[in-house]
Design a binder for this molecule. Structure first.
Ligand SMILES: NC(=O)c1ccc[n+]([C@@H]2O[C@H](COP(=O)([O-])OP(=O)(O)OC[C@H]3O[C@@H](n4cnc5c(N)ncnc54)[C@H](OP(=O)(O)O)[C@@H]3O)[C@@H](O)[C@H]2O)c1
Length: 342
């Protein structure tokens, strides 16, 4: 499979290095010529879980330079969500017959891209692989995670199986018949576990013991789940069941719910929210594709999402430098929720 990885950040760089190390030919597109030149000099080096992987002389060029190259069977789209939506229409021109885009962003990005360019050109994907870029060209794998792929319409998929085989031993790739359910299961956690962690500048394990942290988690998660179910999505089971026990359209307090919450904390309580890094580096966050997406879809299916809306406003306020992330922000979010937004 002739493969182009678009975006040599944490995830794209790591996957490209692992594919190359397992003998696969892979080309790389960067945002600009300067990044491409830097990578030509540094090469790409993967490390951490899964061991070392090196591309000494990468086949790398800025995205613009690939225009007209054509003939790719697989374009792995590994930019942030806003960039993925922006470049996807350009990327379809690079595909050969039967070729497809594989977006692996958090959120329902593959669905949005398919709405732009057509479902035939897009395979759904997500990443449970954790990676960070320690320096340009150096990528550290943080867990033994995998890529999950499947048809957005559901069901079996020849091209998903082809992709799994192509990734082979380089990176574990699994195929699912319910990729939208998996995407939304992850979205439910991103909306609550990680976004609340980012605004509180704490992990979930740390903030869930605070009354405001707990209240906000319950509300943000319940709203997002209600939106998913009202849109006909069946959120898949991840490490923990996506639907809390006894769910009746809202969280039912009690022992079973507390046990479910303990499982969520055990599985995800120590995840460091990457949005916190976005704040520190003054980078655009993916909030519009996480809690913001829940708010947007909530409007279309008639489900109120005041807690998610308040979280979006708060993330925007932090990004603009109006307030700083920290545990005291949680009370502010709850006030916003009861105020003009509710
Ligand atoms: N990292 C993880 O562990 C992880 C896990 C699960 C899911 N995800 C999701 O995967 C996506 C990527 O995450 P990441 O952590 O790898 O982000 P990242 O480190 O910011 O990497 C994105 C890369 O894409 C590049 N890029 C932006 N626009 C481009 C364009 N038009 N053409 C070519 N390259 C372009 C960026 O270049 P610049 O530096 O110039 O902007 C950057 O190198 C996100 O949606 C994230 O939520 C990440």
């Amino acid at each position: 499979m002739r493969t182009l990885v678009v975006g040599a950040g944490a995830l794209g760089g790591l996957v490209a290095a692992r594919l190359h190390a397992s003998g696969r030919r892979v080309s790389i597109a960067t945002r600009d010529a300067e990044s491409a030149s830097r990578l030509r000099v540094s090469g790409l080096k993967g490390s951490g879980v899964g061991g070392e992987a090196l591309i000494g002389s990468p086949d790398v060029a800025p995205l613009d330079a690939w225009r007209g190259a054509g003939g790719f069977d697989l374009v792995l789209l590994a930019t942030k969500a806003h960039d993925a939506i922006r470049v996807a229409p350009v990327l379809t021109a690079l595909l050969g017959p039967g070729g497809f885009l594989l977006p692996i962003q958090n959120g329902d990005v593959a669905r949005m891209i398919a709405d732009q360019v057509g479902e035939g050109l897009v395979l759904g994907g997500l990443s449970n692989l954790g990676a960070t870029m320690t320096a340009p060209g150096s990528y550290e794998q943080r867990n033994a995670g995998h890529l999950l792929v499947g048809e957005l319409a559901g069901g079996e998929s020849v091209r998903a199986e082809r992709m799994r085989a192509w990734f082979g031993a380089a990176v574990e790739a699994r195929v699912t018949q319910n990729i939208r359910g998996a995407v939304w299961a992850k979205l439910l956690l991103n909306c609550s576990v990680t976004t609340i962690g980012a605004i509180a500048a704490r992990t979930m394990r740390e903030y869930i013991g605070l009354p405001e942290g707990r209240a906000l988690f319950d509300r943000a998660y319940s709203e997002a789940l209600a939106v998913a179910l009202a849109s006909g999505i069946r959120p898949a089971r991840m490490i923990v069941d996506s639907v809390p026990p006894g769910w009746t359209g809202r969280t039912v307090p009690g022992d079973a719910h507390e046990a479910w919450l303990r499982e969520v904390v055990r599985a995800y309580g120590d995840v460091k929210p990457s949005m916190l890094q976005d704040f520190e580096r003054h980078r655009t966050t993916e909030i519009d594709f996480i809690n913001g997406h829940v708010v947007d879809i909530g409007r279309t299916v008639g489900v109120d999402t005041p807690a998610n809306e308040a979280i979006v406003h708060t993330v925007q306020a932090i990004s603009h430098g109006d307030i700083a992330p920290g545990p005291e922000v949680l009370a502010r979010v709850l006030t916003l929720r009861r105020g003009p937004l509710s």
